[in-house]
Design a protein around this ligand. Sequence first.
Ligand code: HEM
Length: 406
Amino acid sequence: MAVPSGFDLTSERFFADPFPTLERLRTEAPVYFFEPLQCFLITAPADIEGLVKDSSFTARRATALLGGLGMLGEDELSRKTFDSLSRLAFFQDPPRHTQLRQLIMKGFSPSAVEWMRPRVVGLVQRAIEGARRDGEMDVVSAFSEAVALNTLAEMFVIPEVDRPQFLRWSTDLLKLAGGGVSSEEQKRAVKQSCCDMLDYMMRLVEERRKAPGEDVASRFIAAEDGDTELAGEAAMQCFQMVAAGFVTSVNQIANTVLALLNHPAELAKLREAPGLVRGAVEESLRFEPSVLSLSRMCKKDTEIRGARVSEGQFVFAMIAAANRDPGLFSEPDRFDITRQQSRHLTFGSGAHYCPGAPLIRMEVEESLRALLSLPRWELAEETLSYAGSNLQDRGPSSLRVRFPAA
Ligand code: HEM
């Protein structure tokens, strides 16, 4: 069978509605070489679960990814940025990954998420106060950015005055993932933000070492304590949580609200039976994931379904496509908040499975509870714009919603 060509995976049109293209890929070309990025795309659930377990592939791809963005260099700032990013669990294989993962799971435990819940409840309430009076809000800039940023800040008990700079650092780190760094000046600014945020986390960890609390930094310190292999990793994990948790949360809150706006019957069901909120969160994660894909690099020549993949080549596993596979879900294109079983791949699979999953589930759940106290939502924008330019993150740039003012 001839391999179809000409899939559009980078335009704004694709990001506005990627699902028809992802379905064509899954049904017509489940292993597809995407020329513009010189990488393979895979879309079938079994292939994705196979990729993350396959020892021919590695998560140690920091050099290739940062090199591809022109972020490597011999100067002090470039070296420090690379040294920090390449140490993250996200870029490790066993045995180092297994050690770091133990630290993450001990520090970022279910009890840490429950410790966070009342804080998140407080901050979602604060985030809708103004909107209630105004009768309109941009869910992205006025709500989900504030909720995502303050949730991460609460995790580490970061003082209010320091939070605006966290927003700037996190936005810069997003440019790194989104490929939005073209000029040398921009690259320098992103590296500076990365190093500044890490320095801040190092200072914070030193303070918590002297006066521990219940926050997640203190929990990471307790998890690292006494294990020489893990010395100094607590600060790196705090940094990684913010780097991995900001844009994903902003987009997931917005995608969930949008999915409900686009499916008024499901929104009505939820208003009538608020107990369905967990189902609504889970279905939104499946149906409109904020992360479209995960990636691995080939470390020794191999094949996927007969397609030759060479050392150094990247494979992007399109989790958003797998989430609409009829083999996994009946009527996968239907948004159904009462769906019983949900084995979606939104948080990945295997050893790198997202440790932030319980936090984001709770965060979106509490966000929805607060937002549902605003009556009769209406979308106040005709066309939504999507900033995404990478194969990874997806969410609208703004989402203006109207409702009767209180
Ligand atoms: C809806 C929101 C989120 C989605 C869809 C998501 C998705 C993912 C996926 C797919 C992976 C696996 C990557 C791979 O296998 O290469 C991952 C890893 C990770 N995520 Fe999330 N994530 C979300 C939110 C968060 C949050 C809020 C945090 C932290 C507070 C977080 C922290 C991490 C970390 C630290 C890793 C690396 C784990 C490792 O390499 O072992 N994520 N995430």
